[in-house]
Design a protein around this ligand. Sequence first.
Ligand SMILES: [Fe+2]
Ligand SMILES: [Fe+2]
Length: 419
Amino acid sequence: MPSIHRIILYRLLAAWVAISLMIGVVVSWAGLRKIDRQLVTLATMELKRFGAVNLALLTQPETARRALDQLAAQVLWEHFIVGEFQDASRRSLASAVNPLHAALRTEVERQSLSFPLNLDRQFRKFSADGRNAMRVLVPLREGSGQAAAYFEGAFLVDPETVARLREDLVVTLLVALAAVTLTTLCLYPIILSLNRNVLRQSRELLAGNVELMEVVGSAVATRDSNTNLHGYRVALYAVRLGEAAGIGATQMRDLIAGAFLHDVGKIGVSDAVLLKSGPLDAIEFEQMKRHVALGVEILNKSKWLLRARDVVEFHHERYDGSGYPKGLVGAEIPLLARIFAVVDVFDALISKRPYKDALAFDEAMVGIRGGAGRLFDPRLVACFEGIAAGLYLETCDRSGAELEARLQQQIGKYFGLTV
Ligand SMILES: [Fe+2]
Ligand SMILES: [Fe+2]
């Protein structure tokens, strides 16, 4: 499972990339619009040159020609590529081309502006030979506000101006990205610390639940045999057999809970039956069998303990269908109960009970092997044969405290309490 640091880092990184992309798009879009607006401002400033044109001079082509030539010589060719005076119907009165940019004329003429007459100033940005240019059209108005003539021209935008505007755009973009990066870096420790608090609290809650499970299990074990050893050992064996059988972490948690609580229903079995030293008669056995249903009843009171249900309800089922309470056959028996049945019987065989002696390891394994396909799932018996000797050596002479310590390690591992 990836650590919480990695999860937070991945998510923050994803958020950083997404926000940076978004900001990049928005800033670039706004920056390009700003460049456009500034170019229009430049165009507007250029057009102010025509405020002083004497409209009376533009009524005839000859006088318009003279006015244009005069204007061109004075100011026009500073930036303009072409310039043209048009009458009120936008028919050309006089036009001139800047000799320095004559090569651009064809390109510029393609960009001629067409629009309903008497509108306000018009602008269109275009590229002329790789350079930024602006087509402009300005109505020259009489005192009444009517357009008496038009000036249409195209001018080149100063490359330094464009470079400066682009530089501004890049700086804005970098500042925005730096702000996002800084915010993300500041958020990491804050989120981590908040998460640690939540994790600590949920771990305490989980530890409390695990303790509850252990306490209930040991209360039953103490009544049954005065010791928790059986509970510790079957839980340890179950974990190992579960690992050998390849079950997942969630199933493993259910299996551990089931191992602790498998006989929780024995709380409701009378001492006369539970503690009887000899074999049970048929009536007593029926009373003993009730511990399964009683166990399920107890689990039903706690959503958390209910995870142990498969083991509690079906740990006395047999692979051939001769078990109880339902007489399930083969794979009808939940896997966790089939796993647990093997280790529960194995530990019973190697343990001393009031009515029997403990079997040696080899004798116990004969019993387990003999039960394959009859009592137990043969596949699980095969798995168990591979690990049983090691397990036996690890646990046979261990004290309750040592077994408990080993079990706590497994609980920590599978319940996430050691992180
Ligand atoms: Fe049982
Ligand atoms: Fe048991």
